[in-house]
Design a binder for this molecule. Structure first.
Ligand SMILES: Cc1ncc(COP(=O)(O)O)c(C=O)c1O
Length: 419
């Protein structure tokens, strides 16, 4: 009998009889159902920023559950945790007077920001501003908008057109962005969506000056800048929303993952004062008729508040930048002499990737999964992506544990090379 659970992003023909079942987590480690212990070098799916097993977050969820486990926030209804969390995130946001929309995760946040960009311009009497531009290699989730904004072709393939008014630009070329805007006509473009460091597309840090330049280009053409900080937020790049690191003030910021460290699902959008104003002011302010059932769920917001307390108290936000050099250098030295590695990326934030060479992957099409499995044998969990494996450990990782990731890569690559 194969499993009834259809896993996301999985080759179910292989996974159906051999799921890798995780049963426990503590700090930077998890345990499987066979009793094996692993260093979680990916912080689950880029989100377990404070580490596993934080009783404080579980207690906060339980306390809130005893008071009010769930209630809608549609219309004029609110609850205490959502109000506190919105206030706190608004104060932390890079621009003053920001408003916060809550949804269930990153993909919903991307849908929300994209729809809000279009709705904003429709409100200003410019409904033709509908195009959202995005970058090659970018990943923005698997909802409708996220699929159409994917810079990973495989994630768009097989679905037909979802949202037509999108355009891909190179991930590292600001001039190409400007050329695309001119070609489409700025009067037709609503927004440009950008991951500060591209994550699931293979960990591509921005070229020096790129983010600052595209922010200026967007401003010059009256186009909204959406910074997708779903991975890069809450310490991964050493700041709360990643935009601060580059001194830019986006119109919209999407967040998820690290806001609760994944203890409960939560995502959202920070809208700058400029974007929110038409919806908040005046007798004829339009309604943004958008929002999922679980927007502002009190348990998820209580988890986020407790998570933010930990990030704050343990100075974990800064740690994402404090450890970035150490992680990158460790990856570089572990992979430098390997004949099957074509690139090792990282250095901006606590995340990195090891890319296997095209020659090796042509001869071994499953090479990336093999590397992931060899790392598992070494007791280290990494994540296979297209052409590379990625690491993004909890912000609580120690220097010794970073060394352990490096040693595991040396051994795993050595075995694959000599297989
Ligand atoms: C940059 C980015 N945006 C959006 C998403 C989608 O988030 P979710 O999977 O919570 O829908 C992800 C998920 O990895 C992401 O990395």
């Amino acid at each position: 009998m194969s499993t009834a659970f259809w896993h996301p992003f999985a080759d179910m023909s292989k996974v159906k009889d051999a799921p890798f079942t995780i049963v426990g987590g503590e700090g930077c480690h998890v345990t499987d159902d066979q009793g094996n212990r692993y260093l979680d070098a990916t912080a689950s799916l880029w989100y377990m920023n404070v580490g596993h097993g934080r009783q404080e977050i579980i207690d906060a969820i339980a306390r809130q559950g005893k008071e009010l486990a769930a209630y809608s926030t549609f219309g004029d209804v609110s609850n205490r945790p959502v109000e506190q969390l919105a206030e706190r995130l608004s104060k932390l946001a890079p621009s003053e007077g920001s408003k916060v929309i809550f949804v269930g995760g990153g993909g919903e946040a991307v849908d929300t920001a994209s729809k809000l960009a279009r709705r904003y311009f429709a409100t200003l009497g410019q409904p033709e501003r509908r195009y959202i531009l995005h970058r090659h290699h970018g990943y923005h989730g698997t909802n409708g908008y996220g699929t159409s904004l994917a810079g990973i072709e495989a994630n768009r393939t097989g679905f037909g057109d979802l949202i037509r008014e999108t355009r891909e630009v190179p991930y590292d070329d600001a001039e190409a962005l400007e050329a695309a805007i001119v070609e489409i006509g700025e009067e037709n473009v609503a927004a440009f969506i950008v991951e500060p460091v591209i994550g699931a597309g293979g960990v591509y840090p921005p070229p020096p000056g790129y983010l600052e330049t595209i922010a200026t280009i967007c401003e010059r053409h009256g186009i909204l800048l959406i910074i997708d900080s779903v991975i890069c937020g809450f310490g991964r790049l050493g700041t709360y929303f990643a935009a601060e690191r580059f001194g830019i003030q986006p119109d919209l910021i999407t967040f998820a993952k690290g806001v609760t460290s994944g203890y409960l699902p939560l995502g959202g959008v920070i809208a700058s004062e400029k974007i929110a104003r038409p919806f908040f002011d005046g007798p004829n302010a339009p309604t943004f008729r958008h929002g999922p059932t679980y927007a502002g769920h009190p348990l998820c917001c209580a988890a986020a508040l407790a998570n933010l307390d930990i990030l704050d108290r343990e100075s974990l936000i800064e740690r994402g930048a404090d450890l970035e050099k150490q992680l990158f250098e460790t990856l570089l030295s572990a992979t430098r002499t390997s004949s099957i590695v074509s690139d090792t990326r990282g250095g901006v934030g606590l995340l990195g990737a090891v890319e296997l060479s095209q020659d090796y992957l042509t001869a071994n099409p499953t090479g990336v999964v093999q590397l992931q499995n060899e790392m598992r044998r070494e007791g280290v969990l990494v994540r296979s992506l297209i052409g590379c494996v990625a690491v993004s450990p909890p912000l609580t990782i120690s220097l010794n544990e970073i060394e352990q990731i490096g040693a595991a890569f040396s051994n795993a690559l050595h075995r694959l090379e000599h297989h």
